[in-house]
Write a protein that binds this ligand. Structure first.
Ligand code: C5P
Length: 419
């Protein structure tokens, strides 16, 4: 039932009669574990109330481009990016025409232009509007631009006519969402953008892992850790800002996707390993994720019940070590492989041992004891452990650690400095 667990859908509700079906769509998505944020166009407000949408999504509904409170809480750019997929339902002829032509004169169209994620549209309109050459031209253009479509279906319409134009049923839209999410949902940037021609990592490719992994015990429980993804995401962002083409392989986190970065979302260590393998080759690999060391040997198919007798024992098996595997690649090893060492004691000594054991070029070691406040916090104190020794940095903002690390990695690639 939780097939969309942890997925984030940004739902743009256009002003079609079919908007009433979108209420059911929200319910179906939430039943499957997806988080839904909704944007209503002015016309949609005439058909469904913001209050009913807010009650079903359990979140604030966004309606205004120029809302000061909304912009302060979550700006429209962030709103357009902090989702795994944007869904337009109903997608009216007017809204599709706007997107096809790049218009951005309200919140919905601005979000659709600013997003770096794929959008899935469920068109709904009168059949003559659907068949009109202008609409068909717009659809063809949008398909070329990467927009996905579900429907419209053929049938009796609210206006009494019969033909194509009915919005697909909610369950068909859910199925299309599941398919879309199973594939890459980040929109590729055109060549040359994202790999800027200027910057210290211009023309380089970087793969970063970030966040925790979740290792399922049964359909409702999992093993996890307190990693927030802030440091890994900051590194991905800093590398993109330095001109690199970046793929961020992220475990489940609540921090927003960094702009200009291709994000691949994963749940388990084994998913993360597969995603890293798919993202290579790269010039630099940074393993900042807190990968779970173990998973349960066999995930229970049903929820493990609390019995009258003793609690269950959960045999564990070791997860693949992604950092060690990439460091030891015979062919196609990234030129620079950087690992992290989160320790609660003897931070530097453990990091030195890890550098040798894993075979990477650099270890960024940090103290994650509860007193340090590093896990989930905004600041970090790190020690760079490489072949040539140890360098300790003062306590810094995680963004600043990221920028300095990117500068160091660029120097190492160019051979100016030794690890
Ligand atoms: O062995 P330990 O977990 O302390 O090593 C930490 C480093 O190794 C981090 O860079 C982490 O991302 C990476 N790692 C990994 N795969 C694992 C365990 C750790 O890539 N299964």
């Amino acid at each position: 039932m939780a097939g969309l667990s942890g997925k984030r859908v940004l739902l743009v509700i256009g002003g079609g009669i079919a908007a009433y079906k979108t209420l059911d769509l929200i319910r179906r998505l939430r039943e499957r574990g997806a988080g839904v944020r909704a944007v209503l166009t002015r016309a949609a407000e005439q058909l469904v109330t913001p209050l009913s949408v807010a009650s079903l999504t359990g979140a604030k509904v966004h309606q205004d481009l120029f809302s000061l409170t909304d912009e302060a809480e979550m700006g429209h750019i962030e709103l357009s990016r902090a989702a795994d997929l944007v869904v337009i339902a109903p997608a009216t002829a007017d809204l599709l025409a706007k997107v096809a032509h790049g218009l951005a004169n309200d919140l919905a169209s601005t979000i659709l232009l600013a997003t770096d994620k794929k959008a899935l549209a469920a068109p709904a309109m009168n059949l003559r509007m659907w068949l009109h050459p202008a609409t068909q031209r717009n659809i063809a253009r949008l398909r070329e631009d990467g927009m996905l479509f579900v429907g419209p279906d053929e049938g009796e319409m609210a206006c009494g006519e019969f033909g194509p134009g009915r919005m697909s049923e909610p369950l068909a839209i859910v199925a299309a969402i599941e398919t879309a999410l199973a594939n890459e949902t980040a929109l590729p940037l055109p060549a040359g953008i994202g790999a800027r021609s200027t910057g210290i990592l211009a023309g380089k490719t970087v793969v970063v892992t970030s966040g925790p992994t979740h290792e399922p015990i049964d359909p409702v429980r999992y093993i996890a850790n307190r990693s927030s993804g802030k440091q890994g995401h900051a590194i991905a962002r800093a590398a993109a800002e330095a001109g690199a083409r970046v793929t961020l392989v992220s475990g489940p986190v609540s921090v927003p996707d960094p702009a200009g970065v291709s994000v691949v979302r994963v749940e388990t260590a084994r998913d993360m390993q597969r995603a890293v393998e798919a993202a290579l080759p790269a010039d630099i690999f940074v393993a900042a994720a807190a990968v779970a060391d173990w998973r349960v040997e066999a995930e229970a198919r049903g929820k493990i019940k609390k019995g009258a007798d003793r609690p269950p024992t959960l045999p564990l098996v070791e997860n693949p070590d992604i950092l060690a595997a990439v460091s030891k690649m015979r062919a196609g090893r990234p030129r620079l492989v950087v690992g992290f060492a989160a320790e609660t004691e003897q931070v530097v000594d453990h990091a030195k041992a890890k550098l040798a054991r894993k075979g990477c070029d650099l270890i960024v070691a940090n103290d994650v004891s509860p007193a340090s406040g590093v896990m989930g916090g905004a600041r970090n104190t790190v020690h760079l452990v490489g072949a040539s020794g140890v360098e300790s940095w003062p306590e810094l903002d995680k963004d600043e650690v990221a920028r300095r690390l990117v500068a160091r990695m660029a120097g190492l690639l160019q051979g100016h400095v030794r690890s």
